[in-house]
Design a protein around this ligand. Sequence first.
Ligand code: XMP
Length: 507
Amino acid sequence: NVLILDFGSQYTQLIARRVRELNIYCEIHPFNHLPNNIENFKAVILSGSPNSVRGTTVLHPDLSAIRGKKPLLAVCYGAQYLAHFSGGKVAPSNTREYGRANLSFVKKDEEFFENIHEGSQVWMSHSDTITDLPTNAVLLASTKDVENAAYKIEGEQTYAIQFHPEVYHSTDGKQLLANFLVRIAQVAQTWTPDSFVESTVAALQEKVGNDKVVLGLSGGVDSTVAAVLLHKAIGKNLYCIFVNNGLLRKNEFESVLAQYEGMGLNVKGVDASQRFLEKLAGLSDPEAKRKAIGNTFIDVFDDEAHQITDVKWLAQGTIYPDVIESVSVNGGPSATIKSHHNVGGLPDFMKLKIVEPLRMIFKDEVRRVGATLGIDPELLGRHPFPGPGLAIRILGDITAEKVRILQEVDAIFINGLKADGLYDKVWQAGAILLPVNSVGVMGDERTYEKVVALRAVESTDGMTADWVDLPYQFLQKTSNTIINQVKGVNRVVYDISSKPPATIEWE
Ligand code: XMP
């Protein structure tokens, strides 16, 4: 186990993902909320931070159980912190150091830099610099602009680096983390999808016993992997509910339901399309639509959960990025606990005990676990799809006819991406039905029909995104097919906005 203490850096989660890629388990905790079981952690990494050790809001970790007692790696702010408060000095950089740099000096015969040589590219992102090393420090590496780029403390297993090994642009970053964790800290590389499945199945059996568990399947990767894991652990005591809100992609409900049944899951498909459409009637405000869909889902799910006698647990596909406690820049830990409902007004199923088998793993690990479990790669590689579905891609109010039109357009676009081998190059794609009619000609007649927008983006987590440069020929073919085949649409446009400042969805 490796402990990562977070000081609010945008890269903290990346550190954790790199460590996990080495098949080493790690946890992120706020710098000022150390875990109770600190003795279980074999090594500690201090993250970077947007704060300065010279500022008014210095983030002070309590390192008394760590420093000199466990292998410690301090990154960026961490390195500056150790320097500034242990006999060294940190000053503002003359120039803000941001971006690629190369190691111009690497101390010979150091385990920490095993297989990393002078010239190696590293990623810098800091505005303070270490001008004097702390007491008992030995310089390990420099770049042209940053003399004190890496140091160790004599007599301790304490290492510090100014650059960011977790960022891909640090080409030997993973090697450096391996040198620290495997060579120096001697942490075992036993965290694999297989070992995760084995230990999670055992833990679920222990926790749930012979109780019944209910789980809402969405067709997405997380809920599917959570279901298959639970099914492996408790078999028929897992009751899955898959709700058709009438806003899914064309034929999605039937085909995904069949897939779930084929996987041996005990799943009930509930077609509540009409109920959702009725609740949405006349609503055009995006948040009102989201709320209506959320509330209707809760009602439908609650009705279904009541049909299962003696159910004790609600399973959810929550993943690690949703549970990491974030650190706010002014130093306070900001617990981001999502509370959708007021206590007291909770539907019955939300009073069940919660089980979240994926709460300690990242999205890429969910996919690897899914592959180990034998889930169809096509299902694991599906694009994300928003919970409110096509309702937030039909701008304005929703009618059955608009849903039908958009389903047809979307199917042509998505199937086209698959047929041309473009689907896996895109992170998310979909079509948007615009609330305007535009003029067209058909034969000698003028038409006033709908405009649709196509959107395809590249992203890693949806927080930022870039539009995808799809081939013109593909766009041309797709546009022709849509206009020829989908009655009611006479114009297709392609969205070339990035996020920020735009968002992925249009509502
Ligand atoms: P935006 O539009 O905010 O979308 O750039 C980022 C990601 O979130 C998805 N999204 C939603 N997912 N309920 C969801 O479950 C929603 O209301 C919702 N709105 C946006 C969006 O599809 C993208 O993947």
